[in-house]
Design a binder for this molecule. Structure first.
Ligand code: DP6
Length: 325
């Protein structure tokens, strides 16, 4: 029997990963940049066990169905194949999120699973190798190996596509991200399906590819210069362009709800009142607002006119993946 356990924190992309060049290996069409956060994380243990006759996946104390377990099994297969191992495994995962509002992320989940496998089988992977392994489970997971800012260099092969931390002199400790939870009751298009449909059919996708690498360069420069407005402006613009591509997909779709637009409006009005803050969104209607810590409470008061306290969740820069003894 081989066991291991790890904790990984979620990350939010400031420059988005949107589209795959290779769906099997999860090689992205573009590089991306993220901030790892402290408020949301996953702890996962894995136990490769000769007594098991199939893989088992338990999430938040609930045994998962075949569909969910198959995803995990596919990831375990990669590790088993590599290690020539013929044992089934029990994967036990716990998501730590401030509310049950659908904030669990595949990034922290798959990063933690990769870390747990590394520990269980004593793979002794470097951070880059671990990032490559996590990437095979879910693209964004490769960035959750690192704390603070991370860049996923798209590369063009399994070997060359991985994330790395970005030196920032701890500037991220001055930043915060405010999650505004909005509920639209609409069934989500998963990020996996959404990006696939966009790459295959959106006439706006070429525009995304033409601009995203310049956005990445601007974001890295902003981090090097500790220039909050520069980082915020490029984050917001990049996110809007990503979401723009979905409108021209066939069939078209959007992750925005009327409430998401309300948040955007409030962010803009906050800026007009001299409060620097910038929004970004992922594959769902919730909005994340990048703000300096010193301005967080003013921003929360500004949003309190429309959103309840329960809908506002604050997060700060989080650490890299950790083993749990
Ligand atoms: C919009 O990493 O969830 O959040 O690689 O198919 O598992 P798969 O997709 P996933 O996509 C994340 C997309 C995004 C932007 C980002 O995190 O960069």
């Amino acid at each position: 029997m081989y066991t291991g356990k790890a904790r990984a924190y979620t990350n939010i992309a400031l420059i988005k990963y949107w589209g795959k060049k290779d769906e099997h290996l999860i090689i992205p069409m573009n590089s991306s940049l993220s901030l790892t956060l402290d408020a949301f994380y996953t702890e996962t243990s894995v136990q490769f066990d000769e007594n098991l006759t199939e893989d088992l996946f338990v999430l938040d104390g609930q045994k998962q169905d075949t569909k969910q377990t198959t995803k995990i099994s596919k990831f375990l297969d990669l590790v088993r194949k590599e290690q020539n191992l013929a044992l089934f495994a029990k994967v036990d995962s716990q998501n730590y999120v401030p509310t049950a509002a659908g904030l669990a992320s595949s990034a922290s989940g798959l990063a933690a699973l990769a870390g747990a496998c590394n520990e269980a089988l004593d793979l002794q992977l470097t951070e880059i190798e671990l990032s490559r392994l996590a990437r095979r489970g879910s693209g964004s997971a490769c960035r959750s190996i690192f704390g603070g800012f991370a860049e996923w260099q798209k590369g063009d092969s399994d070997q060359t596509s991985f994330a790395q931390g970005i030196p920032s002199d701890h500037w991220e400790d001055e930043l915060a991200m405010l999650f505004v939870l909005v509920d639209d009751g609409v069934k989500d298009v998963s990020s996996r399906d959404g990006m696939k449909r966009t790459v295959e059919s959106s006439s706006f996708y070429s525009g995304w590819l033409e601009t995203v690498e310049a956005d990445l360069a601007t974001a890295k420069q902003a981090i090097a210069e500790k220039d909050f407005n520069k980082l915020g402006e490029v984050t917001e613009a990049n996110g809007l362009r990503m979401h723009g591509t979905t409108l021209a997909a066939v069939p078209p779709f959007t992750y925005w709800s009327p409430e998401s637009l309300k948040v955007m409006q409030l962010v803009r009005s906050a800026r007009q009142q001299g409060l620097p803050c910038y929004f970004t969104m992922d594959a769902g209607p919730n909005v994340k607002i990048l703000v300096e810590k010193k301005n967080l409470s003013t921003l929360k008061n500004h949003l309190a006119t429309h959103f309840s306290k329960k809908q506002l969740i604050e997060a700060y820069a989080g650490p890299k993946i950790a083993l749990i003894p």
